[in-house]
Design a protein around this ligand. Structure first.
Ligand code: R7I
Ligand code: MG
Ligand code: MG
Ligand code: MG
Length: 351
């Protein structure tokens, strides 16, 4: 049992890093059918033991995920000032890791105010609306692992960890959706065939509760009050479909953008679609199929592949990941150790 958990912790965090590293070179691109052939060959090479090349570098997605792991392992109780400092230290050390265009402003203010009120700077983003970027979702996986047997604590910590940089409801609910998806994948038996309909139905039920809690009863229900429930309906509609132009429809209906709303449901779709063969993606390996498909959708490729990779890795465990792929990506050795630390920290601190 604990060997399975160890494998799943590693699989999740390694899946997140590999999605980030392999997706980064394509971030922002529109992918043509010709590009898909190139991406197929790119993954063929990354799985080739003979292939020698400098490893693919990680981006902000992994830089911030690292900080979340440290936040969970280095302190007995959640300390958000500590987490804010970790984010800023990482950013100051390596600002050119491809961070979101606006998040540097939050880091600057945190530093300038000496971390006095760590939740304030994020509220001032985008004229007080807060960022709706996917930055909260892309780094949330370690929280799902650490709190997988304490649902309420998981949601609370994921919410607060997101709010350090993202206060828009779309960003927070997107981070919660990604968190819950990772948790569900972690709790699923990798030896049994996953039931995509059941997986989405469970997500839908939980997001309904989360989005309903937000409704002001005096007012009409506004679209954002069921935004993710609506998206999950679309995810459900795509289950079992596998025709030629599906990718374009997925991009149109679910999105492939930098906002949480246009990327988290897409990542979940990638995980579910890759449970079966996908047209023009030639591999027997489910993990590769998941991230190769995510990248072939274009747009925010590092982040969508990273989130889909985290979900798939949490489901399959590290055995599901080709070791050659690990060898070709930066920071995988270190992240594997961090996953082990995260698991042991649970033993030490959870009551
Ligand atoms: O969300 P965030 O951390 O960015 C993460 C993304 C991932 O793809 C990473 O791989 C990296 O490339 O960036 O950083 P933010 O800067 O908070 O949000 C990302 C972007 O979303 C912003 O720079 C804006 O372009 C856009 N955005 C908004 N645009 C208009 N109005 C976010 N919120 C708003 C908004 O309210
Ligand atoms: Mg990135
Ligand atoms: Mg970028
Ligand atoms: Mg990205």
């Amino acid at each position: 049992e604990s060997a399975l958990l160890k494998s799943k912790f590693r699989g999740c965090l390694l899946g997140s890093v590999i999605g980030d590293c392999t997706g980064a070179p394509y971030e922002g691109d529109t992918i043509t059918s010709g590009d898909k052939i190139v991406i197929q060959r790119y993954f063929d090479k990354l799985e080739d033991a003979e292939f020698k090349a400098p490893y693919k570098q990680y981006t902000d997605d992994t830089a911030m995920t690292k900080s979340i792991v440290k936040f969970l392992t280095d302190k007995p109780e959640p300390d958000y000032k500590f987490l804010a400092r970790l984010f800023v230290n990482e950013y100051v050390k390596e600002p050119k890791r491809g961070y979101g265009a606006a998040i540097g402003e939050v880091f600057k203010k945190l530093k300038a105010t000496r971390f006095e009120d760590v939740f304030k700077p994020a509220t001032e983003q985008f004229h007080g609306k807060g960022s709706y970027g996917n930055g909260g979702a892309m780094r949330v996986a370690p929280i799902a692992l650490y709190f997988h047997d304490n649902y309420d604590a998981m949601l609370e910590v994921a919410t607060k960890a997101t709010k350090l940089t993202h206060t828009n409801t779309f960003a927070i609910h997107g981070a919660l959706l990604q968190c819950i998806a990772v948790q569900q994948a972690l709790l699923a038996d990798p030896k049994k065939k996953l039931d995509p309909e059941e997986f989405v139905a469970l997500l839908h039920e939980k997001m309904k509760k989360i989005e309903n809690a937000n409704i002001d009863r005096e007012m009409d229900i506004s679209p954002e009050d069921r935004a993710y429930q609506d998206k999950l309906k679309i995810v459900e509609d795509f289950i079992g479909k596998n025709y030629e132009d599906l990718d374009e429809e997925v991009i149109f209906q679910l999105g492939n953008g930098i906002s949480a709303y246009e990327s988290v449901p897409t990542a979940i779709h990638c995980f579910l679609r890759a449970q079966n063969d996908i047209a023009r993606i030639e591999t027997d390996n489910q993990f590769r199929r998941t991230i190769q498909y995510a990248i072939s959708l274009g747009g925010d490729t590092d982040t969508i592949a990273s989130m889909a990779g985290a979900i798939c890795g949490a489901y399959l465990g590290e055995e599901g990941i080709n070791p050659e792929l690990l060898r070709h990506c930066e920071f995988t050795k270190e992240m594997s150790e961090m996953a082990d630390n995260l698991l042991s920290a649970r033993g030490e601190f959870s009551k």
